[in-house]
Design a protein around this ligand. Structure first.
Ligand SMILES: [Zn+2]
Ligand SMILES: [Zn+2]
Length: 248
């Protein structure tokens, strides 16, 4: 499996596209699709049939408002291959409505089938060669973190939110955990911090922790502090860079 950090920004960061990542196995899976993500994806690969599936972690615009341009361009580029959207229970009807709001009348013209898979906490599903598992974080909207297991590597992505006991179990001994780290140390409702995450990564023997979704002012002011802290730690931590591929 290969992983590309497509976007690493929080909701309103003018310098970084929204948090979203590509899982490249036999199956091509996009993790989250905020409003600035389609452009990142098209720059990476403009083929309308490239993606097999999209996972949406929660109902915030920086994680799913890109669905509308993404799918409408697939139609315009004459996609015929079915697309799967994996999301939490109840999100299917919201996404269908969003598609219609964005470009009224267009979803009816799509020549490709959209297969929805609605999942819940604690569930594991087989999607082609991948095993996908889900656990809730603590966020202002209900959010499910995901683990992708191809039989060789285990990659987890938090979506938004602080980790819970259930997400820690999901992340345990993962090869890569891509986690939102809003601030350095301070606890903020519904978000995690760099120091908390480092302690969690050690407890769970995580092989690499990739930090994303840093609050924009914190990213501007205190990035040096994060880099210094990363150097001091024995556990492998990286600051994910947009467009960069992760090397296992
Ligand atoms: Zn977010
Ligand atoms: Zn959010």
């Amino acid at each position: 499996m290969r992983v590309v950090f497509l976007g690493v920004g929080e909701a309103f960061d003018e310098n970084n596209p929204n948090n979203a990542h590509l899982i490249l196995s036999k199956t091509k899976l996009l993790l989250d699709c905020g409003y600035s993500v389609p452009v990142q994806l098209w720059k990476y690969n403009s083929n309308q049939s490239f993606l097999d599936a999209v996972y949406i972690s929660h109902r915030h615009a920086d994680h799913y408002f890109g669905i509308c341009p993404l799918l409408t361009r697939m139609w315009e580029e004459k996609r015929s291959k079915p697309l799967t959207i994996i999301c939490q229970k109840g999100l299917k009807k919201v996404i269908i409505k969003l598609l219609e709001i964005g470009y009224p009348g267009f979803p009816k013209k799509f020549k490709f089938k959209i297969n929805f898979i609605e999942v819940k906490s604690g569930q594991t599903i087989n999607f082609k060669e991948l095993k996908l598992s889900f656990a809730p974080t603590r966020h202002t909207a209900y959010n499910l973190a995901i683990k992708v297991d191809d039989g060789k590597q285990k990659v987890c992505y938090s979506g938004d939110g602080d980790f819970t006991n259930k997400t820690e179990q999901l992340y345990h001994q993962a090869d890569l955990v891509i986690h939102e780290s809003y601030l350095f140390q301070k606890s903020v409702l519904g978000h995690s911090s760099v120091t908390k995450l480092i302690a969690m990564a050690k407890r769970n023997e995580i092989k690499c922790l990739a930090l994303t979704h840093l609050q924009r002012a914190f990213r501007k002011k205190d990035l040096q502090k994060v880099k210094q802290r990363i150097k001091q730690e024995k556990v492998k931590i990286i600051l994910a860079q947009p467009g960069k591929e992760y090397k296992f």
